[in-house]
Design a protein around this ligand. Structure first.
Ligand code: MG
Length: 449
């Protein structure tokens, strides 16, 4: 199997087994040619391989006449915001997000600060495959500038949001433990918390790319954080992924709230203050629908993936949106998932609530999710999907992304992965047991095909 994956959202691969400097240069020359000569912002997460990949990125861009603005190690949302602020033609974030340490990747960003969409991504791939590169002569080669204020700009923009009252948060002197997984979060999250007058205890703060836990901020990877929150008697714990677009919250009891509740908390807060639709992907918890009903808002669902949510938010003039994996998007800041934003919104709401984070979460609708996957050896994903539609044709089926079968307070969502030969099966119900039972039933059905 090739260890280089090229898709409309960027390229990713395992270093030394597919993601080589020559591949990186090929795609960045294509991107630079596509956006045209002009400024391109480049930032990276803390991966050990980041400097090597970034050097190739810069080389490719300079060769086609782009001027590079290097903003250093920072969150992916910081790169997105810098593209807008610095009025660049585009941006490249060198990050493999939550993938393991041996991976790296390029996330391509257009001039509006959104990830490139399908059409733009296809063009870049076409340019790369046809070697359609706009090489320039010696006197037109691009220049490199270093911009050191991107993280501070990002933090300032969050603190200036009309939904955030920094002085109120400061007055609470929250004791907070932050787990940055030695990713890019170490550059940003502790600083944001200190500016909010929190008593900050960090674990894995060093942005050296040596991930001490599996990088996804899902409950099973947060045991160190949970222990720390309990042992220092903190008010709350936060964990981010290596490129800081996903956030998980841990209660004062050292219990992860579950990634779905990161977005649920943000929606609960914003929907009370602001009219407008809430845009989420097809897998996001029904907690959001219940909250929308309570606050008389509408929920719009999209395919899974940040770009689908972000472009729909722009089209619908959404109040808030995001993904259930801990990705909160607020249009006033920018149209991208942003963990520091999630932190500020959570602390703001907690400050206004005046109680404990576990009590605040208990006030939200309660649902339980189960997520599993099935390896497909012989069967094609389309065949599986057809069989499910035939078998369950009497049920309420939503085809936004794969197949989602909905009952009153339960659902199951079945969708083939875009990147691996697997089918994902997710279910949700009012109890853990019920969610497990639904998931089990559909796993059995698919395995029987
Ligand atoms: Mg990420």
């Amino acid at each position: 199997m090739s260890r280089l994956m090229v898709s409309v959202s960027g390229i990713r691969g395992i270093i030394g087994e597919g993601l080589t400097p020559s591949e990186v240069i090929k795609y960045t020359q294509a991107f630079g040619t596509y956006v045209g000569s002009g400024k391109v912002v480049v930032g990276r997460d803390s991966r050990v391989t980041g400097e090597m990949v970034k050097s190739a990125v810069i080389s490719g861009l300079l060769a086609v006449g782009c001027d590079v603005i290097d903003i250093g190690i920072c969150p992916t949302p910081t790169v997105q915001m810098a593209v807008e602020k610095l009025k660049a033609r585009g941006g490249i974030a060198v990050t493999a997000s939550h993938n393991p340490i041996e991976w790296n990747a390029l996330k391509l960003i257009d001039s509006s600060g959104l990830f490139v969409d399908e059409e733009q991504g296809k063009k870049v791939i076409e340019y790369a495959e046809k070697s359609n590169f706009n090489y320039v002569i010696w006197e037109k080669i691009g220049k490199i500038d270093h911009y050191k204020n991107a993280i501070q700009d990002h933090i300032n923009a969050i603190l200036k949001l009309k939904y955030i009252d920094p002085d109120l948060i400061r007055s609470k002197e929250f004791k907070v433990v932050a787990d940055c997984v030695n990713g890019a979060g170490g550059t940003t999250v502790p600083q944001l918390l200190r500016e909010l007058n929190c008593d900050v205890i960090t674990i894995n703060e060093e942005p050296n790319g040596l991930f001490p836990r599996a990088p996804e901020p899902v409950p099973e990877n947060l045991s160190e954080l949970c222990e720390k929150v309990k042992s220092v008697k903190a008010d709350i714990g936060f964990a981010v992924d290596p490129d800081v677009d996903r956030l998980a919250v841990v209660s004062e009891n050292g219990v992860p709230l579950g990634e779905e509740y990161t977005l649920a908390l943000a929606v609960n807060y914003i929907a009370q203050k602001k009219r407008g639709p809430i845009v989420v992907n097809a897998s996001v918890s029904k907690v959001i629908d219940d909250l929308a009903e309570k606050y008389h808002s509408k929920v719009i669902r999209t395919k899974v993936g940040e770009i689908h949510v972000a472009t729909r938010m722009r089209k619908e003039n959404a109040a808030i949106g995001g993904e259930g994996n801990g990705g909160v998007i607020l249009p006033e800041l920018h149209l991208g998932r942003d963990a520091p934003l999630g932190i500020a919104l959570t602390l703001q709401q907690l400050a206004e609530f005046g109680g404990k984070i576990s009590d605040l979460q208990k006030k939200l609708p309660q649902y339980y999710q189960v997520k599993r996957k099935i390896n497909l050896d012989q069967v094609e994903p389309e065949q599986v999907m057809e069989k499910i539609v035939d078998e369950f044709s009497d049920e309420k089926i939503d085809r936004t992304d794969g197949i989602k079968i909905l009952w009153d307070n339960e659902w199951v969502h079945i969708r083939p992965s875009n990147t691996e030969p697997i089918i994902r099966v997710m279910s949700e119900a009012k109890t853990q047991e019920q969610a497990e039972a639904i998931c089990y039933k559909f796993m059995k059905f698919i395995e029987g095909i």
